[in-house]
Design a binder for this molecule. Structure first.
Ligand code: FES
Length: 114
């Protein structure tokens, strides 16, 4: 098992969490299995950006992002060099530290009244 530290997120995980991940399993599924209900609007088919996470530690141990994921990430709220779509990023053997961004694009849109 691989340790995954989840940094506090005000709604999804206010106190943060330490999870055990299975190598080869996606970060998204690992979060969901541990009652951290990250959004996954496209049902994990790499067609939205709501499952965006920032991998603060262990980024290089993950499988490489496909072009499709990179293109979508460009549209994600709060993109950083260590951003991944959690449904596409598979846990490896190296411990991870994950940050769930404060907003997703869907939520950000709802916040605007244009
Ligand atoms: S759930 Fe939509 S891209 Fe991950």
């Amino acid at each position: 098992m691989t340790q995954i530290v989840v940094l506090p997120h005000v709604e999804l995980c206010p106190d943060g969490a330490v999870l055990e991940g299975t190598p080869g399993e996606s970060i998204c599924n690992t979060l969901l299995a541990n009652d951290i209900y990250i959004e996954h609007a496209c049902e994990q088919s790499c067609a939205c950006t709501t499952c965006h996470v920032i991998v603060r530690e262990g980024f290089n141990s993950l499988n490489e992002a496909e072009e499709e994921e990179e293109d979508l990430l460009d549209k994600a709220w709060g993109l950083e060099p260590q951003s991944r779509l959690s449904c596409q990023a598979l846990v490896g053997e190296t411990p991870l530290v994950i940050e769930i961004p404060r907003y997703t694009i869907n939520m950000a849109r709802e916040g605007k009244h244009e």
